[in-house]
Design a protein around this ligand. Structure first.
Ligand SMILES: [Zn+2]
Length: 384
C-alpha cells in the first residue's frame, strides 16, 4: 500500500468560528483581497472583523462560476492594492476564484501559462499568497482541494488550475453560514457533496484515509441532506452537510473522481449549467452504468463491494445490495426536485460530442472501469 494525503494547512470547524476570521487573518497578512459572491453586501460583517483586527481589505465580487478573465482581474486588483492575503467568502465559485487569484499574485506570467489543455501546462513555481477559505454552501469542498475550476468561454471548456500550492492556508468552516441557503441550492450543492464522497470511494485510487472520510461523510449525508433541504434552519443537519462537503473535498483531492465529474466538466464548458445540478442529474445514472459495466466486464472488481458498502451506509440497511444504493440516490434526486440536463439546452445531438470529450477528462481516469462511448452516451441520454 502506498498513498499520500494532503489537505488545507489548518481546518477550523464549528458554529460561530467565523467570528475569529479577523484575528486569524491578522496572522496571515495585513491587507486582504476579500472575494465575495454575487451580493458583496454579505461580506460586510467580515470586513468589520478584519478592520477590528487591523487588517485592511478590498472587495472583489465574483458573480458566477469563474472564468480566466475573473482571475486575471482579481489578481491585477490584488497587485494594484498591494494585498498580501486573500479571503474567499462564498460558495465553490468564490473559493476557486480565490485560490487561483492567490496563486497568480505570486507567480509570474499569464494564467494560461499554468493551464493544461488550453495553455502551456507549466507547474506553479511559487507558493500562493496566503488564502483563507470560508465556505457558505455545503457541496464543493473547495476549501480542502488543490485545484480551481475555471471556464474558458473562448475555448468552450472548463479547465483546472492544479497545484499543491492551491491548498488553502486555512479552511474556516462555520455551518451557520449556510442556514439561509435556499432549498434548490441546498439540493444541488448537497448532491455534489454526495457525488464527491461516492466517486472517490469507488475510484481506482482510493486509499484508507480517503475511505475513512468518505464513509463518515456518507453516513452524515444519508441522515441530513433531506432534513437540510426541508428545513434550512436545522442546525445539526447543516453541520452534517458542512462536514460531508469538507470530507468530499479531502477525498477527491487525494483519491480522484469518476464518470459524473468526467461528464460534468465538458457539460459545464459547453452549456450554462451549474456544476452541482449537473452532477446531481448524472449521479444515479452513472452509478447504474458503472455497476452494469463492472458486472459485465470486471465481475471480480473490488468496486462492486464498495458500491455495496455505499448502499448500506446510505440506506442504513446492513443487507442492502449495490442496486439498493442506486435506488436510494434516484429517489433522493427526485425528492430534491433536480431537473434533467435538458433544461440547460443539452439535446440528443450534443451527446456524442460530450461523451467523446468526457472520455478524455482527467476525472474519468479514476472511474472504477473504462466506460465505452456507447455506455457514456446512454448514461447522458438517461440524464436528459
Ligand atoms: Zn463536484
Amino acid at each position: 500500500m502506498r498513498f499520500e494525503f494532503a489537505t488545507a494547512q489548518r481546518i477550523i470547524f464549528g458554529p460561530q468560528t467565523v467570528n475569529q476570521a479577523g484575528r486569524l487573518a491578522a496572522d496571515l497578512g495585513r491587507y486582504a483581497l476579500v472575494i465575495a459572491g454575487r451580493d458583496p453586501g454579505r461580506v460586510a460583517p467580515l470586513l468589520q472583523l478584519l478592520r477590528e483586527a487591523g487588517v485592511g481589505a478590498t472587495v472583489f465580487s465574483v458573480a458566477g462560476e469563474p472564468d480566466l478573465e475573473t482571475v486575471r482581474r482579481g489578481a491585477a486588483l490584488a497587485r494594484q492594492e498591494h494585498c498580501d492575503l486573500v479571503v474567499g467568502f462564498g460558495g465553490g465559485s468564490v473559493l476557486d476564484a480565490g485560490k487561483a487569484i492567490a496563486a497568480m499574485m505570486t507567480n509570474p506570467g499569464d494564467l494560461l501559462d499554468y493551464l493544461e489543455i488550453i495553455g502551456r501546462g507549466r507547474t506553479l513555481a511559487k507558493p500562493s499568497a496566503p488564502f483563507m477559505a470560508i465556505p457558505t454552501t455545503a457541496g464543493t469542498g473547495s476549501e480542502a482541494t488543490r485545484n480551481a475550476v475555471l471556464a474558458s468561454p473562448e475555448h468552450r471548456v472548463k479547465v483546472s488550475l492544479r497545484s499543491p500550492f492551491l491548498l488553502p492556508s486555512l479552511a474556516l468552516v462555520d455551518a451557520e453560514l449556510s442556514r439561509d441557503l435556499p432549498p434548490a441550492l441546498t439540493a444541488s450543492t448537497g448532491l455534489d457533496a454526495l457525488t464527491q464522497l461516492i466517486e472517490p470511494y469507488v475510484c481506482v485510487r482510493a486509499n484508507p484515509m480517503t475511505d475513512a472520510v468518505c464513509e463518515e461523510g456518507l453516513r452524515r449525508i444519508a441522515r441530513s441532506l433531506r432534513a437540510a433541504f426541508g428545513n434550512g434552519r436545522d442546525g445539526s443537519a447543516r453541520e452534517d452537510m458542512a462536514l460531508a462537503s469538507l470530507f468530499g473535498g479531502m477525498a477527491l483531492a487525494n483519491a480522484g473522481l469518476g464518470a459524473v465529474h468526467g461528464l460534468a466538466g465538458p457539460i459545464g464548458g459547453m452549456f450554462p449549467a451549474p456544476h452541482g445540478a449537473v452532477c446531481a442529474a448524472l449521479l444515479p445514472h452513472a452509478m447504474q452504468a458503472n455497476l452494469r459495466a463492472l458486472r459485465l466486464r470486471q465481475p471480480g472488481s473490488p468496486a462492486l463491494a464498495r458500491y455495496e458498502t455505499v448502499a448500506r451506509l446510505l440506506t442504513g440497511n446492513p443487507q442492502a445490495g449495490a442496486d439498493g444504493g442506486v435506488d436510494w440516490v434516484r429517489s433522493l434526486v427526485s425528492d430534491l426536485q433536480i431537473s434533467g440536463l435538458g433544461v440547460y439546452g443539452i439535446k440528443e445531438e450534443n451527446i456524442a460530442e460530450l461523451a467523446a470529450k468526457a472520455a478524455q477528462a482527467s476525472s474519468m481516469k479514476a472511474n472504477p472501469i473504462v466506460l465505452t462511448p456507447a455506455e457514456l452516451s446512454l448514461l447522458l441520454e438517461q440524464a436528459l
